[in-house]
Design a binder for this molecule. Sequence first.
Ligand code: DX5
Ligand code: ZN
Length: 216
Amino acid sequence: MKRYISPSILASDFARLGSEAAGCEAAGADLLHIDVMDGHFVPNITLGIPVVKSLRKETALPFDLHLMISEPLRYIADFANAGADYITVHAESDGDTEEAVDLIRSHGKKAGVSVKPATPAETVFPYLDKLDMVLVMTVEPGFGGQSFMRDMLPKIAAVRAECRRRGLHTLIEVDGGITAETLPLAAQAGADVFVAGSFVFSAKDRAAAVAALKNA
Ligand code: DX5
Ligand code: ZN
């Protein structure tokens, strides 16, 4: 399976977001992971629609938006218009998740649904056929720099098994604590999109960090 690396801009220097984003592209990343937090769904606040719009001019990388917000239905249109490519909502957010997925697709964007560590894989099965991506959180969402939860590996495998059973080529993304050591575990379980914040942005040589993940 091809591996896609999606550096999380959350770990970058927010005073230099544009060049940080462009640097990810130069480093060989496949996607740019953008963590949107509202201080309500998670106990942290990051960035919003105007920032995504401004960043859109700085890199050609597809934008992988991770919406950690309570009311995704209210903001999907704005994020779509701001230049998102993938929009991932949380199954635990308010409102109907399938409605959010339909709304994302109606804007011509790729749709993802994310599950927090306590949410079972089966939650996404009723609308799995409509998804471009399932995001299995491997930490509690809210902050970068946490340790990978190995007990999420069976959940990744369960989503991959169900996709195989249905003949779906859905991307399975993992987010949280991804390093050259933990990536192979998630890959073996069936993940193919790897978010990496600290691992990429704390590296002196980001191209080497991205390559290390691709080859791990
Ligand atoms: C956490 C965010 C992650 C975070 C990952 O809620 O969704 O994308 O930036 O950071 P690392 O790779 O440092 O765990
Ligand atoms: Zn994320």
